[in-house]
Ligand binder design. Structure first.
Ligand code: ADP
Ligand code: ADP
Length: 226
């Protein structure tokens, strides 16, 4: 599903040049659950941004399904993301002045489905994420665990085939963290491909494969023993 070859990303700021990704090869098969680990600054977020078509690499090839997407412009990248890639972030990234149900409905605005269909999809997901009783609340009125469940609902409402989660449990206590991990695991079991950055061995243990990065490269890959 994802095939990256010799991906290079360099950030230039005035005098300084940082090689964030150093000719990295990275692949993900359809339906896989991959965890990415590595020290701060090794390029994990940069890789996720390129995977999620939020940013372009400087060099290298990125095949998403059958399409070369490494040189798309911003408009084309947005078109590829909508309804196909769901994002979950450490700090939830919910929109504070929209209610829970409005936040979750956002990705559906770009898809052609009726208002009643939208309503049904949102309320089904909120129930599934155990957050239906908070539909009319605003993000700031919820606990961290609740906010992340809303964020997951928003990430999956348009049925993407790829979920990218950047430290999804990073701001949660262990109980809420485990709940988020079991939601991601459920989605994975239903066939969604999941790529997750984590610092946490417990979270990584849910993945089929753990990829360790260092200095902008993949250094070790371990498959889960079955
Ligand atoms: P990680 O997510 O593993 O902590 P990042 O991908 O955020 O690592 O960063 C990799 C390297 O690229 C770091 O040295 C970081 O400082 C640098 N970097 C990331 N984003 C930018 C940016 N927008 N401008 C300049 N340097 C950046
Ligand atoms: P959950 O386990 O459902 O995520 P918590 O046990 O963390 O919820 O929180 C208990 C209750 O306290 C919840 O109903 C939640 O909405 C409320 N709550 C927690 N943190 C906050 C906060 N920062 N602001 C408002 N309400 C909060």
């Amino acid at each position: 599903m994802i095939q990256m070859k010799s991906i290079h990303k360099i950030f230039r700021t005035e005098e300084i040049e940082t090689v964030a990704l150093n000719s990295i090869d990275f692949h993900v098969t359809q339906g896989e659950f991959v965890a990415i680990m590595g020290p701060s600054g090794c390029g994990k977020s940069t890789l996720m941004n390129i995977l999620g078509l939020l940013d372009n690499p400087c060099d290298g090839s990125y095949l998403l399904k059958t399409e070369e997407v490494s040189k798309l412009n911003e408009r084309e990248r947005t078109k590829h993301r909508i309804g196909k890639i769901g994002f979950v972030f450490q700090n939830f990234n919910l929109i504070d002045d929209l209610t829970v149900e409005e936040n979750v409905a956002l990705p559906l605005e770009y898809l052609s489905c009726s208002r009643s269909e939208r309503k049904r999809m949102v309320s089904e997901l909120l129930s599934r994420m155990n957050i239906a009783h908070r539909a009319k609340h605003y993000p700031k009125q919820l606990s961290g665990g609740q906010q992340q469940r809303v964020a997951i609902a928003r990430a999956v409402v348009a049925s993407p085939n790829l979920i990218l989660a950047d430290e999804p449990t990073g701001n949660l206590d262990s109980k809420n963290g485990e709940e988020v991990m079991s939601l991601l695991t459920e989605l994975h079991k239903e066939g969604t491909t999941v790529v997750m950055v984590t610092h946490n061995d417990r979270d990584a243990s849910y993945a089929d494969r753990v990829v360790h990065m260092f200095d902008g490269k993949v250094v070790v890959e371990k498959y889960k023993e079955v």
